[in-house]
Design a protein around this ligand. Structure first.
Ligand code: SF4
Length: 87
């Protein structure tokens, strides 16, 4: 069972590119709107817009650095064992 869940509050992403720079295995920049995308994530949509991307991981690897680097704090990490939001 995965240990971590990453959530991306995509509407509030400012497209700075920091997450993709520090963690390119998990983050790409969209050529459509300039925001980042969490590779392989499930998308929650409202009115055709992606409002949340989420994905479970066994090992968060560089995603912790991506979350800590994000200047607008829109990447969150949840410990699935405790339900606690660690970032
Ligand atoms: S670091 Fe944050 S604001 Fe910058 S592209 Fe990634 S999610 Fe968006």
């Amino acid at each position: 069972m995965p240990e971590w869940k990453i959530e991306h509050d995509r509407p509030n992403c400012i497209g700075c590119g920091a997450c993709a720079a520090v963690c390119p295995a998990s983050w790409t920049m969209s050529p459509d709107d300039g925001k980042s995308d969490l590779v392989g994530a499930r998308e929650k949509k409202e009115g055709g817009e992606i409002v949340l991307e989420e994905l479970e991981f066994d090992d968060i690897k560089c995603n912790k650095e991506a979350a800590e680097t994000c200047p607008v704090n829109v990447i969150h990490i949840i410990d699935l064992k405790t339900g606690e939001k660690v970032i």
